[in-house]
Design a protein around this ligand. Structure first.
Ligand SMILES: [Mn+2]
Length: 241
C-alpha cells in the first residue's frame, strides 16, 4: 500500500474535505445533506480520526465502502492499525473502549481495513494541488513529504514523519503562518477550533462536529474554491489576490 495517495481532478462534481469525525456519521450525513452533497459526482475527503469518542464507530466500515469517501489516517485510526501492539490503556481511556467490545475477528477486520488508509492525500483541483494530512505537514515543502513518505525511506525516519503527520500541533500552537510550499493548500484537523483557522495556506478545519453539545459542527471545505460550508468568519489573511 502507498502512504500517499493522489486523486485526479473531479470534473463532474465538487470535492470537499471534512474535519475529524469520531464516530458521528449521522451528524456528518446531515451536514452533507445540508450542503446538497451529491454522491453520484461529489467526493468527500476526510482528515481522519474516523473513530473513538462518538457513538457510531462500528459504522466506519460501511463508510469506508463508499466509493466517494476518501480518508487519511488519523492518530486514533492508527490505534486501530496497531491494536495488537499499542498501549490500549491510553487508547481506551481516550475514547477507544468501543474497540474492546468487538470480537477478535472483527478487530482484525477493522485493523486490516484501517491499515489501507494513507498518511497523506493529494487532490488535483482547478487551482492546483491540495494536500490533506490529519495533523500537519512536517515540512516547509510538500515535495519533501512526498519523498519522505516513499517506501524507500529508512524505517525510523519514516515513523517520525508519519507520527508528525498524525499527531503534531506545533503549527497551530506556535501560530506559524509560514505555510507549505509546493502545494496550493494543506488541509488538516486534529486540533479542535471554534471556526476554521488558516495559517498561511494551511487550513485547520476540525470544528468539532463530533461535539455537538459543545456547539461543535462539521465544516465542509470546498477544495476547488477553498470556501467552506458553513462560511468562515470574514477577515482572514489567506484571502489573497
Ligand atoms: Mn487526532
Amino acid at each position: 500500500m502507498s502512504l500517499i495517495k493522489r486523486f485526479t481532478r473531479n470534473t463532474d462534481g465538487r470535492d470537499f474535505a471534512v474535519g475529524d469525525i469520531h464516530g458521528c456519521f449521522t451528524l456528518l450525513q446531515a451536514a452533507l445533506d445540508r450542503a446538497g452533497f451529491d454522491s453520484a459526482v461529489d467526493r468527500l475527503f476526510s482528515v481522519g480520526d474516523l473513530v473513538d469518542r462518538g457513538p457510531e464507530c462500528r459504522d466506519v466500515l460501511e463508510w469506508l465502502g463508499k466509493p466517494w469517501f476518501h480518508p487519511v489516517r488519523g492518530n486514533h485510526d492508527d490505534y486501530v492499525c496497531r491494536f495488537n501492539t499499542c498501549d490500549t490503556e491510553n487508547w481506551f481511556y481516550n475514547g477507544g473502549a468501543w474497540f474492546a467490545s468487538l470480537a477478535w475477528d472483527e478487530q482484525r477486520e477493522f485493523a486490516a481495513q484501517f491499515r489501507e488508509l494513507p498518511i497523506a492525500i493529494e487532490v488535483e483541483t482547478e487551482g492546483g494541488l491540495v494536500g490533506i494530512v490529519h495533523a500537519d505537514c512536517p515540512f516547509h515543502d510538500w515535495g519533501q513529504l512526498q519523498i519522505e513518505l516513499s517506501e524507500l525511506a529508512e524505517a525510523k525516519r519514516l515513523k517520525l514523519v508519519k507520527n508528525t503527520c498524525m499527531w503534531s500541533r506545533s503549527r497551530i500552537t506556535d501560530d506559524d503562518h509560514a505555510g507549505v510550499k509546493g502545494v496550493r493548500a494543506v488541509v488538516c484537523g486534529h486540533t479542535p477550533v471554534n471556526a476554521p483557522v488558516v495559517l498561511g495556506n494551511v487550513f485547520h478545519i476540525d470544528t468539532a462536529g463530533w461535539l455537538p453539545h459543545m456547539r461543535g459542527y462539521f465544516t465542509l471545505l470546498n477544495l476547488s474554491t477553498l470556501e467552506s460550508i458553513p462560511p468562515m468568519p470574514a477577515k482572514l489573511d489567506w484571502v489573497a489576490a
